[in-house]
Design a protein around this ligand. Structure first.
Ligand code: AMP
Ligand code: ZN
Length: 433
């Protein structure tokens, strides 16, 4: 019989054992971290209880920037075998150093994650995430090789070549951003290839940017596959931090490697499971560059209750957005994901949208450009008008303000091959008088 778990002992470890392991690992992590310039004098020698983690200081992105390049390094540079640098989407780049042991551990977590979705030796895995400083490419790559699947380092972009690779080598699993999966489908359409019929594709790992359950369903039905959510960030290695199991109900966060907390982003107070807040993560095993209580900026909930798959590691919800993503429009807090949730549930809507915020005569306005499917765009004008009214109404119900909606032709909005950027806030350039 096929073994259900890649690493049964760790994946199904009883909670009490897992927590003892975490306590001993956090103490080793503190000892290692104390060797770095940044953490020296900032941390206690050891903790008596896991609860005491709350007393440790947070680490924020700015600390990593200030410590650039080696303020967090804990081992001699000659013991480092790789570095990755963050995409720097929200400011100056940061760097993370890995020892050989760190790379091995990261690969183990990725292999475990991929195996959990049903991928096995014998599968053909096409990695369509960018190779390079970004962790999406190399991160999954080494884990997939460790698992034993045939790994195609396709990297991102070049859609026609991606399709050709899938056909030539019988790709069964892909890794990409949700926005690129939607974009790639339009190329399949242009080429007259039906991914449901003409490919061997079974699963996709989707991550690197927030997206909704509706978008997942849409991708699953367009490709005739199962899509699994994959969460990670460079500071915590990259992909392989949390991943969905076959239940597709939240992502198991690998608690033997990361300590998981959720805090109120405004007060820093630690919240109980079940409450929405900012994810705070600590590396428990990293040798080269331990990071303690890192404020990820990502908003999520920790699920209460156990998962049917038998794994004991707690699950986190889909990332609702980033704490710094939140838009305040006419005083209302809005996450771009709320808009996506509504849009992706309307079948007449195509694959892309763009939110534009402006300040006109002191008033914030929200304009949403939405691509509609070809038949509708060139169809009856009355139908277009009523679709627009419906979109506005449904958005109003979700986000509580009435946006201006502009329906545009398919493929007319800017596309992205990496992380999608869905919001243009013109207010930043012209501050309020
Ligand atoms: P980077 O360190 O540049 O790879 O960016 C990591 C960030 O990407 C995370 O902090 C999240 O904001 C975002 N991210 C990664 N995976 C996901 C996911 N599955 N869902 C939502 N956001 C994600
Ligand atoms: Zn599970």
């Amino acid at each position: 019989m096929d073994e259900r778990y890649w690493n049964r002992a760790f994946e199904t470890m009883p909670r009490s054992d897992l927590e003892s392991l975490q306590l001993s690992r956090i103490n080793s992590a503190l000892a290692r971290a104390a060797r770095s310039q940044h953490y020296r004098k900032r941390l206690p020698d050891r903790l008596e209880n896991l609860e005491d983690v709350k007393t440790l200081p947070f680490t924020v992105k700015q600390d990593l920037r200030d410590g650039f390049p080696d303020g967090f390094l804990c081992v001699p540079l000659e013991d480092i075998v790789r570095l990755h640098s963050s995409s720097g989407t929200t400011g100056k780049a940061t760097v993370v150093y890995h020892t050989r042991g760190d790379i091995d551990n990261w690969s183990e977590l990725v292999a475990r994650s991929m195996y959990m979705t049903g991928v096995r030796k014998g599968d053909v895995f096409q990695n369509m995430m960018g190779y390079g400083l970004f962790t999406g490419g190399l991160g999954l790559h080494y884990g997939s090789e460790k698992l034993g699947s045939l790994t195609i380092p396709a990297s991102s972009g070049n859609s026609k070549r991606q399709i050709k690779l899938m056909q030539d080598f019988g790709t069964t699993a892909i890794h990409t951003t949700p926005s690129y999966a939607l974009h790639l489908y339009t190329i399949f359409e242009e080429e007259g290839i039906d991914p449901r019929q003409d490919l061997k594709l079974k699963v996709a790992f989707l991550g690197a940017e927030p997206y909704t359950g509706e978008t997942r369903k849409k991708i699953e039905s367009l490709y005739g596959i199962r899509a699994f959510n994959s969460y990670g960030l460079s500071e915590m290695n990259g992909p392989g931090v949390a991943f969905e199991c076959e239940e597709q109900n939240g992502m198991h966060l690998w608690e033997d490697s990361y300590l998981l907390e959720i805090i109120d982003p405004a007060t820093g107070e630690v919240l109980e499971d079940g409450h929405e807040g900012e994810l705070v993560l600590t590396t428990l095993q990293r040798e080269g560059m331990p990071i303690i209580r890192y404020r990820t900026g990502d908003i999520a909930t920790v699920y209460t209750g156990t998962c049917l798959c038998g794994r004991t590691h707690r699950r986190i919800s889909r990332i609702k957005g980033r704490s710094d993503d939140m838009l305040i429009i006419k005083g209302v807090n809005i996450y771009p994901m709320q808009v996506e949730k509504v849009l992706m549930d309307i079948p007449e809507i195509g694959h892309n949208y763009l939110i534009e915020i402006e300040n006109v005569e002191y008033l914030d306005t929200m304009k949403i450009k939405v691509e509609v499917v070809q038949e509708i765009f060139h169809g009856n004008i009355g139908e277009l008008e009523s679709l627009k009214r419906r979109i506005v109404e449904e958005l109003k119900n979700e986000i509580l303000i009435r946006p201006q909606v502009i329906l545009v032709e398919p493929n007319s909005l800017p596309k992205s091959e990496g992380k999608a950027s869905r919001v243009v806030d013109h207010r930043e350039k012209s501050p309020r008088p």
